[in-house]
Design a protein around this ligand. Structure first.
Ligand code: ADP
Length: 542
């Protein structure tokens, strides 16, 4: 017997229609590439995303054709999120921090038909347009009078001219909720990038889950600043969850420096922000010397790489902001776990609670996870035993776009490439990426643990731990550090700082001072590059 409830496909167009009907005057604020602040409402997003859909229909783009963006977080990008996917096409967000050769490769692989770009990225488009053989239309995301006359790009139109003549009414098509809605290529440290291809169903379910109180806890009462880029993994799904909850959205545009972000948080009364640790590092670095405080910020989701405990402490103790440590990946839409305490943990002493909060958190309903040994045997949830982390669920990839890389699943589970522990309460902690873990004398050393201790030293701005070949121990850890401006610390002082904070054999063998740690296109430390930089380095004991 079937249930007798209405059957309605979960489509992204329904999110924007909901926001229009129930939160029409909810505000969307964007810092534009031009530097000024733009304001409008969910009703405007809805109208203009319908015009985007009309423009794509006008071009006779087929169902599932790809429309690419090279854009910051801003209102036009948001309209494309809904207009492209809502009309049945696939939004392909390209990371503008990639090398132009990679941008061209990705655009060709995805067979993008339209490429919309912010004017900051005009030089990239000028460098690659001749190689993007499938692109029929380039759209500069600017006013008609800002379109450069001599760009050298054929078929270039301004966004406003492109959508301007379209009607603001549109009948969103109804189709199978399993149809593709958007795609994102993983940074792919080895081999060619591979694309996760999200569906309307996976995106809508993820949007519901992300808004839950124990996940991102988004509501119509919030003013939300996604610093996490819309060009990578759909800004952690925040644009969709925002339409679902009707929260106010505040977009930073290209101004990602600490001062601009801080000012936007204050001026737009932001209650909730989301971003990777490097962004917050810059903001706290701006606030501390100036003695600045937040007047409205209550919570911040931090993920993408391990959030250093020193940052969780600083946010909580110095600024009264709760940090929600999150973990996920491109292949997971991206949310997998989020750290909020359980009822029974609320009565624990503050230092016990802090130990829990440092972990990457508990699985969200919709994500199942387990840790396994090298033979695939499931390992216990004791908070100590570590193994390869596997996940499954309705917003986790089953295959990459065009079958690239073959079948990624193991018995239906997706191997994350992370090594983790899970405790009896289900709190998962990432020890390392499997390729970064340091194997010393048959034991594993977590590079994240080694980095976190260095990051707690007042003179250290950033730290990366890598293993160096050792004749006796296979590998020994060293820590490469960037000092804070005007601060000094010696090798001996920093090594002494480790004493009592970790087992003796986990203390790095040496400290290397560097001007910068190489960061990838998504702000993660690139240890492969760091290892290349240190290729002539010899351990003192080797
Ligand atoms: P990529 O494009 O490099 O795959 P993703 O954005 O998909 O980048 O990154 C996923 C990876 O980032 C995870 O597998 C994990 O190694 C790392 N990561 C994400 N969040 C965290 C976190 N909170 N703590 C530690 N590592 C994290």
């Amino acid at each position: 017997m079937l249930g007798l409830m209405q059957s309605q496909p979960l489509l992204i167009s329904s999110l924007i229609e909901f926001a229009d009907r129930h939160h029409s005057d909810g505000e969307i604020v964007s810092r534009r590439v031009e530097g000024d602040i733009h304001r409008y409402t969910w009703a405007d997003v809805a109208k203009r995303s319908r015009q985007v859909a009309g423009a794509l229909d006008g071009m006779k783009l087929a169902f599932s054709d790809r429309v690419a963006t090279l854009a910051w977080n801003g209102y036009r990008h948001l309209e494309l999120y809904f207009g492209v996917s809502g009309s049945g096409r696939v939004l392909h967000t390209i990371n503008p921090r990639l090398h132009p050769d990679q941008v061209a490769w990705i655009a060709n692989h995805a067979e993008d038909q339209v490429l919309c770009f912010d004017m900051s990225f005009l030089p990239i488009v000028q460098a690659v347009h001749a190689r993007c053989t499938t692109v029929k239309q380039f759209v500069a995301m600017c006013d008609a009078d800002k379109l450069p006359a001599d760009s050298g790009i054929p078929n270039l139109i301004s966004y406003e001219a492109w959508i301007g003549k379209q009607p603001t009414a549109y009948n969103w098509p109804q189709f199978d909720e399993n149809s593709a809605s958007s795609m994102c290529y993983t940074s792919g440290t080895t081999g060619n990038p591979k694309a996760a291809l999200y569906s309307h169903r996976s995106t809508t379910l993820h949007a519901y889950a992300a808004a839950l109180p124990d996940v991102m806890s988004l509501s119509a009462r919030d003013s939300v600043l996604p610093v996490v880029p819309m060009f990578h993994v759909n800004a952690w799904g925040i644009p969709y969850s925002a339409a679902l909850t009707g929260c106010k959205l505040v977009f930073p545009g290209p101004a990602m420096d600490g001062k601009s972000i801080y000012e936007l948080i204050e001026s737009e009364k932001v209650s909730y922000a989301a971003g990777v640790p490097t962004v917050w590092q810059m903001m706290l670095g701006h606030m501390k010397p100036a003695g600045l405080k937040f007047s409205t910020l209550k919570r911040t989701v931090i993920g993408g790489s391990a959030c250093p405990p020193a940052m969780i402490h600083a946010f909580q103790e110095d600024y009264g902001v709760e940090v929600l440590h999150a973990w996920g990946m491109t292949e997971m839409s991206p949310l997998g776990t989020l750290n909020t305490l359980k009822n029974k943990q609320l009565s624990l002493p503050a230092d016990e609670q802090m130990k829990i909060r440092l972990k990457q958190g508990r699985a969200i309903y919709g994500v199942d996870m387990k840790i396994v040994d090298a033979d695939g045997k499931e390992l216990p949830w004791d908070g100590k035993t570590y193994g390869d982390l596997l996940v499954k669920g309705p917003w986790i990839v089953k295959e990459y776009f065009k079958g690239e890389g073959g079948d990624p699943l193991k018995d239906g589970w997706f191997p994350t490439g992370d090594v983790a522990t899970i405790d009896a309460n289900g709190f998962m902690q990432i020890t390392d990426r499997s390729k970064d873990v340091i194997k010393s004398g048959g034991e594993w050393i977590s590079s994240i643990d080694v980095e976190n201790i260095a990051m707690a030293h007042p003179a250290i701005a950033m730290a990366a731990c890598v293993g160096m070949p050792h004749p006796k121990w296979d590998e020994r850890p060293i820590i490469a550090v960037v000092k804070k401006p005007g601060m000094e610390v010696s090798v001996a002082e920093l090594l002494k700082f480790y004493e009592g904070k970790t087992a003796k054999w986990q203390i790095p063998d040496d400290v290397v001072f560097v001007d910068a740690i190489p960061l990838g296109a998504t702000g993660k430390m690139q240890k492969m590059k760091l290892r290349e930089q240190l290729k002539d380095y010899k351990l003192p004991s080797a």
